[in-house]
Design a protein around this ligand. Structure first.
Ligand code: MGD
Ligand code: MGD
Ligand code: MO
Length: 737
């Protein structure tokens, strides 16, 4: 983006027309960085809560308080007594991404939770088992694709996510202009569905049936054609036999989609010059999340669209992610279950436990009980299931510390809040989303402003915590700790046979990175040892941080390239089409074929001017028509005796809320939708504007006991609910804004 500034003031923000990737597109939340930066509610000093009252504190006081209260808990009860929750913005903040691992290992707890388990965990599990690494996501090559099937995603509003494509609306328009076809499968006629050639309503939670029926058709009609993938794939016969029982006729009623329509989609995918299937929140956060995330990749393989131009391809990010490291073509695969959650005995995956298990781990006494919690850029009280239980559990903790920008629904339970700095005071390099992008590209955004005097940067804050947790005390030299951490990374790289700096002297590499420090030094190191880097060979043309600094509009590294078999890191060196851990769950799917449908289920939705739970304190993002409503189909509204804008009472096994109704035929009968991230009740928070546009928290209704079994991901789409008229309450005037 392009920012016009004067002194410490932002005059305007707009898209950067010259950017190598964005085409100048900017979403309203980007423009809102100006207000985020100047928001008077944004915390600028550490806060300590004593006897229920918040006090601003100096950094020294805040760290002393953490040392005084957290360390004795660890000494007395062990490292597992501390829980750790990383929220979604950890991956949007370069310093947090780079230094979070140090905090994690300093804490040394098994009780690690992240927003992944209310999001993409099933997809990561599926691709890790199939391709050997959790970040080896096949990305729909939408700039060259000729047939795109979208399930449970609304990229015209969300702009992608596991498919990073700025200005995706324009890109999808071009897909159709060049004769390509776009089909959307969603219980809602979303903005994306409206822009597609075809939209089919689907009953929530039934995508695995639908996808299996496509695969059934591919085999039944001899439409499979693996091409070069054939020699790299194991498990085809297994998939074929599993698909046998899911004919289009068998699943049509469950899905609510015609058998003929399913067959046509299967034939169209098979005959298209290139095709990709993209599933997102609707396919991940549902009861068959892992199956519905695995099956699109099976379709890609069976139709030869995996690793094909215009199909689904593997991005090769410049910072050198794991699927560019080590020996090419095979690896260690995924190991899971190295430890288990204490109460539900859920196995660890990628070193973490499902956040749906967090409350019970705090509440249940015994060895390993969570007594203290550290949250980093997360708002689990609004974002994860059974909010009221979680809120109570947080209140019962002996100690809680949060790294955040705001005093909100989660951090109000903390004893100490350590404020992050403004995004404009942080430099930025996008690790995660450059690994998920539809073009290989890299860019670096330097910080615009110095943080206020005395304010710690995000990486210094984490290193101070690391120091006090590892016995280095309160007075630590963060610069030397930073050097130590980097040296470990360098050592590991110089010991790796396949690295471009194998066998080199770590001190020499460290010296070559001078005079940079902190995140910039790490980024430079990663770029120079990455797949486009110069390997510290002195070639200044090749990618390094200096090159990115000289190219402020970013560097285009080209369209996605074929990467099979090089990208694979499975033990077998093959694509594992039928991983054990996934196909075990097919039995559960088969059983549910004969289950009675729930009368009413809840799903969620997103809005262009809303970002999960935390950007509602910005005027330009909350003004306008009321958005936190219960969408209902007219037939349901009539059956329930509910009028438009009337208050409905909605309840589930775990909670109840009241919310105004919005009647729309864009939603399937039997399905209701509420956006998540609202419910800013204003109690003990400092979010003035958000409290005036409070809305209600849909996750009060989400049931922490209903999870996708293989991944442990929370089910946020397809929650059984009851809806009725509320007792005469009318919406407050502020709600009407
Ligand atoms: N404006 C905006 N953009 C965002 C975000 C935001 O909050 N606001 N959040 C960001 C984040 S963190 C993420 S993870 C992404 C998410 O990106 P998306 O997944 O594209 O976003 P959603 O709008 O939640 O779309 C999910 C869709 O799934 C549908 N759905 C629900 N249940 C089912 C089902 O069982 N089957 C099928 N087929 N569909 C179903 C819903 O109707 C909805 O249209 O967006 C990112 N971008
Ligand atoms: N029902 C339902 N629930 C959902 C979803 C859904 O579709 N439906 N979507 C799920 C998804 S996809 C996601 S990703 C999760 C998100 O879950 P979370 O990550 O737990 O929640 P966020 O709303 O993203 O809150 C982010 C927090 O980070 C803080 N923050 C933002 N930037 C920074 C920073 O730079 N530094 C620091 N220190 N703090 C910062 C904000 O103030 C806020 O408190 O929600 C999930 N919950
Ligand atoms: Mo997300």
């Amino acid at each position: 983006m392009e920012l016009d500034i004067s002194g410490r003031e932002v005059l305007s923000i707009q898209g950067d027309e010259a950017d190598a990737f964005s085409e100048g597109y900017l979403c309203p939340k980007g423009v809102a960085l100006k207000e985020l930066d100047s928001d008077p509610d944004r915390l600028r000093e550490p806060m300590i809560r004593r006897d229920g009252v918040w006090h601003s504190a100096s950094w020294e006081e805040a760290f002393a308080e953490i040392d005084r209260r957290l360390n004795p808990i660890i000494t007395q009860h062990g490292r597992d007594a501390v829980g750790l929750y990383f929220g979604n913005p950890v991956v949007h903040n370069t310093a947090l991404t780079l230094y979070a691992p140090a905090l994690r290992s300093a804490l040394g707890t098994h009780n690690v939770f992240t927003a992944s388990s209310v999001d993409q965990a099933p997809k990561q599990l599926a691709v890790a088992l199939m391709f050997g690494n959790g970040l080896s996501m096949p990305i729909p090559d939408i700039d060259r694709c000729q047939y795109l099937l979208i399930l449970g995603a609304n990229p015209l509003v969300s702009n992608g996510s596991l498919l990073t494509a700025p200005n995706i609306g324009e890109r999808l328009k071009r897909l159709r202009q060049r004769g390509g076809k776009m089909v959307v499968i969603d219980p809602c006629r979303t903005k994306t569905a409206t822009a597609a050639d075809e939209h089919f309503f689907i009953r929530p939670g039934t995508d695995a049936f639908f996808l299996f029926a496509i695969i059934h058709t591919l085999f039944a009609e001899n439409l499979t054609s693996l091409g070069k993938l054939d020699q790299h794939t194991d498990g085809i016969e297994k998939v074929k036999s599993l698909a046998e029982s899911f004919s289009p006729e068998t699943v049509a009623a469950q899905c609510g989609i015609d058998a003929d329509a399913i067959r046509t989609i299967a034939r169209d995918i098979a005959s298209a010059e290139s095709a990709a299937v993209y599933g997102r929140i609707g396919t991940c956060t549902q009861r068959f999340g892992t199956l519905a995330s695995w099956l699109p990749e099976v379709i890609h393989v069976l139709t030869g669209n995996l690793d094909r131009e215009g199909g689904a391809m593997f991005t090769k990010a410049a910072h050198g992610p794991p699927n560019t490291k080590g020996a090419a073509g095979a690896g260690r695969g995924l190991r899971t279950g190295r430890w288990k959650s204490r109460v539900r005995e859920f196995p660890e995956i990628f070193g973490e436990l499902p956040v749906a298990c967090l409350a019970e781990e705090i509440e249940t006494p015994g060895e390993g009980q969570i007594r203290a919690l550290v949250t980093v850029a997360g708002n689990p009280v609004l974002s994860t299931p059974n909010s009221e239980r979680l809120s109570r559990a947080f209140e019962s903790l002996d100690f809680m510390v949060s790294l955040d920008l705001f005093l909100n629904e989660t951090t109000r339970h903390a004893d100490v809040i350590l404020p992050g700095i403004s995004p404009l005071e942080n430099s930025h390099y996008d690790f995660v989303f450059s690994q998920l992008a539809v073009r290989n590209n890299a860019r670096f955004s330097p910080k615009l402003f110095e943080p206020p005097r005395g304010q710690l940067t995000d990486w210094e804050t984490i290193l101070r915590l690391v120091a006090l947790l590892t016995g280095k005390g309160l007075q630590v030299d963060t610069a030397s700790l930073d050097r130590e951490i980097l040296l470990q990374l360098i050592h590991r790289e110089t010991k790796t046979k396949t690295s471009t700096i194998h066998g080199r002297d770590p001190q020499e590499i460290l010296k070559a990175l001078e005079p940079r420090v902190g995140p910039e030094r790490m980024i430079d190191f990663m770029l120079r040892t990455g797949p486009y880097g110069e390997g510290f060979g002195g070639n200044s043309e090749v990618l390094s941080l200096a090159v990115l600094e000289a190219n402020p509009h970013g560097v285009d590294l080209g369209a996605l390239q074929q990467r099979i078999p090089e990208v694979l890191r499975t033990r077998s060196g093959k694509i594992e089409l039928a991983p054990e851990m996934v196909i075990e769950d097919v039995v559960r799917l088969q059983q549910s074929l004969s289950e009675e449908n729930e009368e009413m289920v809840l799903i969620g939705r997103r809005h262009l001017r809303s970002n999960n739970s935390w950007m509602h304190n910005i005027e330009r993002l909350v003004v306008g028509k009321r958005r936190c409503t219960l969408q209902l189909n007219p037939t349901d509204a009539e059956r329930l005796g509910l009028q438009d804008a009337e208050m409905a009472a909605v309840s589930s096994r775990v909670g109840a809320i009241e919310i105004p109704v919005e009647i729309t035929d864009a939603i399937l009968p039997g399905v209701a939708s509420i956006p998540h991230g609202w419910g800013h009740d204003g109690l003990h928070t400092k979010l003035q504007l958000a409290s005036a546009h409070a809305g209600v928290n849909s996750n009060v209704l989400a049931d922490e006991e209903i999870i996708d079994i293989p991944s442990g991901n929370a089910v946020l789409c397809g929650i059984p609910i009851q809806v009725k008229q509320a007792n005469g309450t009318i919406p407050s005037s502020s709600e009407k804004i």
